[in-house]
Design a protein around this ligand. Structure first.
Ligand SMILES: *Cc1c(COP(=O)(O)O)cnc(C)c1O
Length: 394
């Protein structure tokens, strides 16, 4: 049977049209965009065309887009770049406990260098309360970084409201939109952001290329020093095939976004309903409606995430888990911990993330395959045996 991929939040396949658009830029059109001769001007044109397309999709100006090596670099650049540029004004940064590690780790790094980090709480659905943001701002606050949508539980934050608060107080606002660019309709002005991170490989583009949107006038200290590329904000020869591929990926997303949101939302809700009907003690993680159309994250009591993941993989279904018995730390996902999920349920979590190629048949197959796996694993679990006479919602 054809394997089914349910891990589009981790990465997506490159669209063949994206690959086709990139190919000429490996051999025929290989010039360095910084070169003055015709070889360079040709690729410079391709880079600027991609920049314009992406900028227009974001409702931004081309000069506000800085190409990077991916979401991780963009997040590092936003957090550390603002921290060092605004050090004269203050040393306080506000963020959330469910950010991607590429935001949290730069914050931890800065803490060792004299910066003060406030990590706001989130509620049981993973939502940040804008009033908490308002209350946390001090005279020393220089940056607020709250992600647009969470990659594990899919919760979409009230980013636009938070951005409004930040602007009223003269604080820069950054959002990690890696999970939403090309997946949800928005512009940078809708979100009220000064900085926004995105990555091509999460929207059917190539790996190793991303962007940071930097609103005009936003001060940022570069941390790649070298040539004068990207208006001196990010040195290094342009990744021309990557940038061209990113532009094509955005063009394709523009055309299919509306249908994708509609289809995936229907699949998502069918999966959630189906899991809850076919199995007892299943909990949905993340907000029930304010969530990514492609994200289903559930915890199944008295079963290990790894066991389910490997059983599914043997049947050709690839997903991910927030449990981490196999990871070095043995700690479950920081996101599941932050929403207050008991360890036991965090270890029984599975994330199914869908994408453009997902079909109704894939959804039916998963609904057919998972419940017997869970029943089999539970049959071996003494805890479930004790508990199973009185199934309860958890
Ligand atoms: C994947 C991801 C990143 C990292 O992006 P890379 O391009 O892989 O470095 C950052 N934030 C979120 C929310 C992500 O899902």
């Amino acid at each position: 049977m054809k394997p089914v991929y349910y891990d589009y939040a981790a990465t997506t396949p490159c669209d063949p049209e994206v690959v086709a658009a990139m190919l000429p830029y490996f051999y025929e059109r290989f010039g360095n965009p910084s070169s003055m001769h015709s070889f360079g001007q040709e690729t410079k044109g391709a880079v600027e065309e991609a920049r314009e397309r992406i900028a227009s999709f974001l409702g931004a100006a081309p000069g506000e887009i800085v190409f990077t090596s991916g979401g991780t670099e963009s997040n590092n650049m936003a957090v550390k770049g603002v921290a060092y540029a605004r050090r004269g004004k203050g040393n306080h940064i506000i963020t959330s406990p469910i950010e991607h590690h590429a935001v949290l780790e730069p914050c931890h790094f800065l803490e060792k260098d004299g910066f003060e980090i406030t990590i706001l709480p989130v509620d049981g659905d993973g939502l940040v309360d804008p009033d908490d943001v308002r209350r946390a701002i001090t005279d020393k606050t220089i940056l607020i970084s709250i992600m647009h949508a969470n990659n594990e539980i899919g919760t979409i934050q009230p980013v636009s409201e938070i951005g409004k608060i930040a602007r009223e107080r003269g604080v820069y606002f950054h959002t990690d939109a890696v999970q939403t660019l090309g997946h949800l309709p928005f512009t940078v002005n809708d979100l009220n952001v000064d900085l926004l991170s995105a990555s091509a490989h999460k929207l059917y583009g190539p790996k190793g290329i991303g962007l940071l949107y930097v609103r005009k006038g936003t001060r940022l200290t570069p941390f790649m020093h070298g040539g004068e590329q990207e208006n001196r904000r990010r040195a290094s020869t342009h990744n021309v095939p990557g940038i061209v591929g990113f532009g094509k990926a955005v063009e394709l997303a523009q055309g299919s976004l509306e249908k994708e949101v509609r289809d995936l939302t229907a699949y998502r809700d069918k999966l959630i309903r189906g899991f809850q009907e076919k199995m007892d003690q299943v909990k949905l993680n993340g907000h029930p409606t304010q969530r990514l159309p492609n994200n289903v994250n559930i915890s199944i009591a008295h079963v290990e995430g790894e066991g389910m993941l490997l059983s599914l993989d043997m049947l050709g279904i690839a997903c991910s888990t927030g449990s981490a018995c196999s990871s070095a730390s043995l700690a479950p996902s920081h996101v599941l911990m932050a929403i207050g999920l008991p360890h036991e349920l965090a270890h029984g979590s599975l994330r199914f993330s869908m994408g453009r190629p997902t079909t109704a048949a894939d959804v039916d197959r998963l609904l057919e395959v998972l419940p017997p796996i869970v029943a089999k694993l539970r049959a071996m679990s003494p805890l479930y045996q004790q508990d199973s006479n009185a199934p309860k919602a958890c």
